[in-house]
Design a protein around this ligand. Structure first.
Ligand SMILES: NC(=O)C1=CN([C@@H]2O[C@H](COP(=O)(O)OP(=O)(O)OC[C@H]3O[C@@H](n4cnc5c(N)ncnc54)[C@H](O)[C@@H]3O)[C@@H](O)[C@H]2O)C=CC1
Ligand SMILES: O=C([O-])CC(=O)C(=O)O
Length: 337
């Protein structure tokens, strides 16, 4: 067996981590033969809760889990990590937009960027989950200049999974029985916020072994251009309104999907959506962390190029782009206070 992969999870005493740790330690993400050392970080007041999580991990009796380091200290938490999943941050409550968290959360990602820069492996793959995820990722990368920018990503896979789920659900209404996994190449453009653009123009549904364009399968452009987009954009808020807590089980599942695909690659002809550092593709601003369609091979992602983008789609991409530019300016100002 190989050396343990050092996987840092921040916010390890919180609700997303509680759904996430088991899948990672069991081998669902990095493979059934990959030993894992978990580095669990939370703030000092959560020490007791974190100890309880460590006890439960021991009690899961997982053969791949070789070591658990639970701490509130950055030097220990970030030391030599191969993977950093940065979840720890304040979640939003009912009535808030995710960008309302910016002031409270962005400085956490400045400090964790500095810690990655100082202590993590230079090859570390980083996934930012804490909201506002794109802008926190932008700041994290800014303060970790020794790690390549392509190693920084943020989570928009939950939005992708939601979009696939909505299309599968809609098809059930006309007795076309498919699962979310039969829907591919939906793209989430831009910000993990209510301005994101879930785009079905290149999406495909596998119906009894035949690849059918999503618009042809659904046969309802009004829905796809209206209620579908709004449902995906506002799904996080709908979960908060119902649960009085933000999504956790589905967020943990999306984190696993994101990391597993980054590790093992995307299927031929299929792409996934990830927030990545923009190279200016599709008229976006270079350097912003923007969600794009990406292909992944050999642990490296590349933005899918050459997709046709309608004028309406360009307008929607422009809206989410403008929001990200504003968030970035606010975040840079907060961090230089
Ligand atoms: N990008 C996405 O798709 C999603 C993002 N989120 C975001 O993930 C974040 C975490 O959500 P939950 O787990 O539900 O929240 P939670 O409140 O249950 O857990 C957050 C944990 O982070 C810890 N924490 C706070 N500051 C920290 C720091 N400086 N270092 C390490 N740990 C710290 C807290 O003590 C707490 O244990 C929130 O910002 C939420 O909005 C949630 C769902 C989806
Ligand atoms: O909506 C929230 O605040 C939590 C989140 O990011 C999501 O569920 O997508």
């Amino acid at each position: 067996m190989s050396e343990p992969l050092r996987v840092l999870i921040t916010g390890a005493a919180g609700q997303i981590a509680y759904s996430l740790l088991y899948s990672i330690a069991k081998g669902d993400v990095f493979g059934a033969n990959q030993p894992i050392a978990l580095h669990l970080l939370d703030i000092e007041v959560m020490n007791n809760v974190l100890n309880g999580v460590v006890m439960e991990l021991q009690d899961c009796a997982l053969p791949l889990l070789k070591e658990v380091i639970a701490t509130h200290e950055y030097p220990k938490a970030f030391k030599d990590v191969d993977v950093a999943i940065l979840v720890g941050a304040m979640p939003r409550r009912e009535g808030m937009e995710r960008k309302d968290l910016l002031k409270a959360n962005v400085k956490i990602f400045k400090g964790q960027g500095e810690a990655l820069n100082q202590y993590a492996k230079k090859t570390a793959k980083i996934l930012v989950v804490g909201n506002p995820a794109n802008t926190n990722c932008f700041i994290c990368r800014k303060y970790a200049p020794s790690i390549p920018s392509e190693n920084f990503t943020c989570l928009t896979r939950l939005d992708q999974n939601r979009a696939q789920g909505q299309i599968a659900q809609k098809l059930k209404e006309s007795n076309v029985l498919v699962s979310s996994l039969d829907v591919s190449n939906v793209t989430i453009w831009g910000n993990h916020s209510s301005t994101q653009y879930p785009d079905v123009n290149h999406a495909v549904v596998n119906i009894q072994g035949k690849a059918v364009p999503a618009r042809e399968a659904v046969k309802d452009d009004n829905y796809l251009d209206g209620a579908f987009i709004e449902t995906v954009q506002k799904r996080g808020a709908a979960v908060i309104a119902a649960r009085k807590l933000s999504s956790a089980m589905s967020a943990a599942k999306a984190i696993c999907d994101h990391m597993r695909d980054w590790w093992t690659g995307t299927a031929a002809g299929q792409w996934v959506s990830m927030g990545v550092v923009s190279d200016g593709s599709y008229a976006t601003e270079t350097g912003l962390v923007f969600s794009f369609p990406v292909n992944i091979s050999g642990g490296a992602w590349s933005i899918v190029q050459g997709l046709s983008i309608s004028d309406k789609a360009k307008e929607r991409i422009g809206i989410t782009l403008n929001e990200l530019v504003e968030e970035k300016n606010d975040a840079v100002a907060v961090c230089s206070d």
